[in-house]
Design a binder for this molecule. Structure first.
Ligand code: FE
Ligand code: FE
Ligand code: ZN
Length: 289
């Protein structure tokens, strides 16, 4: 089966999409994910069409399908809290415009934390935010499954289902699974087909648009959300390989968001071991050399 594998890469105002594509190619990736600016703030540069067009040419030459490339919305916006409602909606609308200008189709969004408002109020805030931001633009917002840290919502498929049920533009909403978050929220990743069965019956596999592939530093149901390098955490190499190569996930982009090792990206070596289906026991040494 053809593998769609990549990682989180950088995007800066000078090289924009060209920088992201070139970084991905260095890792041996055929897809990628980036923030259009710093994840912890909402300052964003203007998209330069000249750079975008050159980047698209490089992508075509290297068989990277822009339809599978992902933008991640900054995690400081909190759709579950109505306190900054107008700001959230305005930012998301602008982000959808930027994503469309880049030709990217998938925008991953954390559903946010209800900060004491309660699950029902938080979910209705998320639905309101999505219905007020989504347009007929060709961009799908993918709700990420969360670890359930603090008052985080989206930590089980029932909550995700409620969110999707409330969204009017059903063809503009999707889901991004995150293996570390699923583990930390209580899903047993040693039987991923069972997880996919539950997802399919509650939400529908057609809504699954992306998967973040991360190992976890913590045990199942820890509600922690700390990512670990592939094969070095509690999920383990074999379980992650079984997920990555699961036939039901063919065509879905798989993105590594594993931690840097002493400020160096591990992705080239992690992608290598995924392609070889063999754990690299010298990952740390290889990354540092
Ligand atoms: Fe995320
Ligand atoms: Fe993630
Ligand atoms: Zn995470």
């Amino acid at each position: 089966m053809s593998l769609l594998i990549g990682s989180h890469v950088s995007f800066n105002k000078d090289t924009q999409l060209i920088g992201s594509v070139e970084e991905s190619l260095k890792y041996g990736a055929n897809t990628f994910m980036f923030y259009t600016g710093a994840p912890q703030n909402t300052y964003r540069c203007n998209i330069n069409d000249d750079i975008t067009n050159k980047a698209k040419k490089i992508m075509q030459e290297n068989n990277i399908d822009i339809n599978k490339v992902i933008v991640h919305a900054p995690y400081i916006i909190n759709p579950a809290n109505s306190k900054n409602r107008d700001f959230n909606i305005n930012f998301l609308k602008e982000e959808i415009n930027r994503v469309e200008k880049l030709g990217v189709k998938l925008l991953v969004l954390h559903p946010g934390s209800h900060v004491g408002l309660g699950e029902d109020a938080g979910i209705s805030n998320i639905i309101d935010c999505l219905n007020s931001s989504l347009t007929d633009k060709n961009v799908t917002i993918c709700i990420e499954t969360m670890a359930g840290k603090g008052t985080e919502l989206g930590s089980n498929f029932d909550q995700i289902k409620k969110i999707i049920n409330g969204v009017n533009l059903k063809d503009k909403i999707g889901v991004c699974m995150d293996t570390c978050h699923l583990n930390d929220s209580g899903y047993d990743l040693s039987n991923f087909d069972k997880i996919l069965d539950e997802f399919d019956s509650k939400i529908g596999l057609n809504y699954l648009k992306a998967i973040h592939i991360n190992d976890s530093k913590n045990i199942i149901l820890s509600h922690k959300d700390r990512h670990e390098n592939i094969g070095y955490g509690t999920i383990g190499f074999d379980n992650l390989i079984n997920i990555i190569y699961n036939k039901r996930l063919e065509g879905i982009p798989k993105i590594l968001e594993t931690p840097y090792i002493e400020a160096k990206a591990p992705y080239k070596y992690e992608i290598d071991m995924i392609k070889n289906k063999k754990l690299n026991k010298n990952l740390i040494q290889d990354v540092l050399n």
